[in-house]
Design a binder for this molecule. Sequence first.
Ligand code: NAD
Length: 257
Amino acid sequence: MSVKGKTAVITGSNSGIGLGIAEELARAGVNVVLNSFTDSEEDHALAKRISEETGTQARYIKADMSKPDECRALIGKAGGCDILINNAGIQHVCPIEEFPTEKWDAIIAINLNSAFHTTAAALPVMRERGWGRIINISSAHGLTASPFKSAYVAAKHGIVGFTKVTALETAREPITANAICPGYVLTPLVEAQIPDTMEKYGMDREEVIEKVMLERQPSKEFATTEQMGGTALFLCSDAAAQITGTTISVDGGWTAL
Ligand code: NAD
């Protein structure tokens, strides 16, 4: 079965990995729904560009993934959801005892709870349409930990557990649920961590990238948003129909260490 003509909802997709996945799916003929919590001209222009480049229907729908009702409403507004990519995510780096409660709550809400709400809304739609793919963007931090990333690591481990439960509840249906676990990908989320890390270790940008970020990534290369898109597309293919409830690491060997 081809993915051509299917509809994908990708949360948090006006930049970085979400946008990369949306572009890759659209190139394969999937109609994509882009999302973030903003509603700017640039957001809608992204969808227009993807439509023009690929000949598919790309739309942008605003919904704040920290708000349960908006997560669920996004699926309704999409007018169909065959492929759900739970990608929206934020980061905050801080020791546990100083970690602001509101940051913890925001990370758990956006990186973990939103996937529960969108999945709960999307499953009946997928069942009615007789096919579905749920792809949760976890992280190498869904399988391993780093200090000072307590909320992020908790949310990303949580999403792996939630993926397994989703897979078991849909095991007898043509629906699969898997998690992609990227290592470092050079996106705005990672860029934002560079200045603080430079200051903390007294390093320049190149040293932070080489000695801190890619220290645990044996390939010594960032993974790319295109590679995340290609992996998502593979999980949507027939070849992946029996792959469910598992994780795929795209981390240059990080979790082999
Ligand atoms: P990014 O900052 O480029 O993208 C995050 C996206 O989430 C943006 O589109 C942003 O607008 C959106 N978003 C943030 N808060 C939102 C909200 N309240 N409602 C809706 N959308 C919201 O970062 P990225 O690196 O592309 O991250 C995407 C996902 O990949 C995240 O879940 C992140 O944890 C995960 N990830 C990233 C890396 C990496 O190295 N970049 C590694 C592993 C996992």
